[in-house]
Design a protein around this ligand. Structure first.
Ligand code: URA
Length: 191
């Protein structure tokens, strides 16, 4: 694996480790602050993200931006990436083999960022990053420590658009996130 952000992004954008490269328009590498203390991880690009090469730019992305703003954060304060960097056709869940093939890119982003807090947006990210049987419905908003890093699973913003009745719980999770950032992060709220 390359050692710099530039080389990593360049190699990732040429990746053909799974068959998703055949149908992608753009690789969606990730966006935000490379020195972020908080890393958000989604599932994979949708149609808008595939077209623009940037994560969370569709309706779900706008909701994510709103939720960040409510806790006083902008995209530039955090880093946003996905489990898979290429759009699964028809927005289906990534196949286990696709996630597996793509994980080395995220692992390397993780290694470069060294986040203090990781927020998993939705089941696919939470089950890959926290625990295979993680239940967003039952365990969202809980802070789970693994090897000194704090993880939280919460609702995927696209799921919140489909089920707006869960928004109050999601906003409560973001309040927990805000308080956790204030407690453990050094520069996120102090720039
Ligand atoms: N949903 C995701 O999980 N990731 C994106 O980048 C966009 C929508």
């Amino acid at each position: 694996m390359p050692d710099t952000w530039e080389a990593l992004e360049h190699d990732c954008k040429n990746c053909r480790e799974c068959s998703l490269w055949e149908t992608r328009t753009n690789v969606v590498f990730g966006v935000g602050n490379q020195n972020a203390e908080v890393l958000f991880i989604g599932e994979g690009p949708g149609a808008n993200e595939d077209a623009q090469g940037v994560p969370f730019v569709g309706r779900a992305g706008h909701l994510l931006d709103d939720m960040l703003e409510i806790i006083g954060l902008k995209r530039d304060d955090v880093y946003i990436a996905n489990i898979v960097k290429c759009r699964p056709p028809q927005n289906r869940d990534p196949l286990p083999a696709e996630s597996e093939a793509c994980m080395p890119w995220l692992r390397e982003q993780f290694r470069l960022i060294q986040p203090k807090i990781v927020v998993c947006l939705g089941r696919v990210a939470a089950q890959r990053m926290i625990r295979q049987d993680f239940s967003v419905t039952r365990e969202h908003g809980q802070i789970i420590e693994k090897s000194g890093i704090l993880f939280m699973g919460t609702f995927h913003p696209a799921a919140l658009l489909r089920q707006p009745q869960n928004k109050p719980e999601a906003f409560a999770d973001f309040t927990v996130l805000r308080d956790t950032i204030a407690a453990v992060c050094e520069h996120t709220y102090h720039k």
